[in-house]
Design a binder for this molecule. Structure first.
Ligand code: FES
Length: 208
């Protein structure tokens, strides 16, 4: 995919960080030794995106580059590499469905099917109402509670078709339910409840 297809055609003329963002930027840059401020690039892009309704205009890419004394192209390379950064406007609810093997084996297809049935959108698209955008992504790092649907910054876990439908209905009326496991799993324990290695050992020795 060429980089131009990732970038919004309509760009705002200006961008400047708010005082709240400036305070966060200061904190982030202070984490790195002098001369290594470029290490804060992802943090600054995230701050810009958060400030700007979940997408990063080119003026913000330039502002980050200037702040970190980096070439604009290097900042753009980072922003276009990670799926967590949007270079085009997205809906209020940004849905990311994990399609990697553990989620796929646990029913990720049902989440995607439900989103397509209810919102009529495919990966990379925004719903007609403008409220939802969808992206199919690789492993979100929460495989143990697969399958995962990420909504903005939060993970909804152990999802199936019905749970996805309920969640979309709530989001449609701007009500964001509690995130986490929809079947109430705690601490990524087994679906049959907490267990220990001793129990596993007993089961293994009985089967010999
Ligand atoms: S495979 Fe989906 S979270 Fe890892």
């Amino acid at each position: 995919m060429s980089i131009s297809t990732l970038i919004a055609e309509n760009q705002p003329e200006t961008f400047s960080f708010t005082s709240e963002s400036e305070a966060e930027i200061k904190q982030q840059i202070a984490k790195y030794p002098a001369g290594r401020q470029a290490s804060a690039v992802k943090s600054l892009l995230y701050i810009a995106q958060k400030q700007n309704d979940n997408w990063i205009p080119m003026r913000a890419v330039e502002a980050v580059a200037e702040r970190l004394e980096m070439p604009v192209m290097r900042v753009l390379e980072v922003a276009s590499f990670y799926s967590m950064f949007n270079l085009k406007p997205v809906g209020k609810w940004y849905l990311q469905v994990c399609g990697t093997t553990p989620c796929m084996l646990r029913g990720a297809d049902d989440i995607s099917r439900c989103i397509k049935d209810k919102l009529k959108i495919a990966s990379g698209e925004t719903s007609a109402c403008g409220k939802f955008s969808l992206l199919e992504v690789e492993c979100l790092g929460a495989c143990v509670n697969a399958p995962i649907l990420q909504v903005n910054d939060d993970f909804y876990e152990d999802m199936d078709y019905q749970a996805t439908a309920r969640l979309l209905d709530e989001l449609a009326v701007d009500n964001k339910p509690e995130f986490g496991s929809v079947i109430g799993r705690q601490g990524s324990e087994s679906e049959d409840g907490a267990t220990t290695l001793k129990a596993v050992k007993k089961t293994a020795s009985r089967s010999k």
